[in-house]
Design a protein around this ligand. Sequence first.
Ligand code: PEP
Length: 252
Amino acid sequence: MVKSVPRPLVAGNWKMNGTTAMLKEPRLLAGMLRGVKLKCEVLVCPPATLARRVKAVMKGSRIKVGGQDCHWNVSGAHTGDVSAEMLKDAGCTAVIVGHSERRTNHAETDDMVAKKAKAAHAAGLIAIICIGETLDQRKSGKALEVASTQLKGSLPEGATAANTVIAYEPVWAIGTGLTPTVAEVAEVHTHIRNDLAKLMGDAGAGVRILYGGSVKPSNASELMAAANVNGALVGGASLKAPDFIGIIKAYM
Ligand code: PEP
């Protein structure tokens, strides 16, 4: 049977920001959300060094903690890397894989992203798989083609609606203040939804598709209302609790 609309997710990606001085933000966030009826799940993805601390300061809240990347191996000679098992051990429930900054700065391919997502699943983590076109690709009319290619190449065997989230993040919208129009977002998300049906059958209907790229309190409601948008992946605006709450408000 086809699952109805998936429960939205609003996830914050702190990127390489945050020392213990930042712990006041998740504490504030947990306080602000206490007793609030939410129609979405909330996830905070701090640097791995802070995962356990962030989880501790939000103890008792419904906010979950995630990682920003993982290696596909469980352990071994991979200096500087973190495995999905390590993130799980630190209290994470999810991990972002294939973020465009990883694809660009670390030359990560779809195949590597699929291996990372598979490792996340094996560790019991939800894999948030990021895909999205560059500005040149958008300008040359290739946004849908890029979404299809990256989705097909990055989705591992064994992906289900429960263990996988897709984040559509146009590279040109990340950290720039630019966003696609609501119609453009709806077009890509509906295309991804159709591709998920082709790749996963009925289960594709239950996979959450997040929009990411310059989401802020002032544009969250209209972007989240677009067809097949099931939440947001938020970078810059997730660093300050009041801004992040302003986005979560789209689901209050
Ligand atoms: C991101 O890095 O995933 C992101 C969406 O960043 P920002 O919200 O700052 O554009």
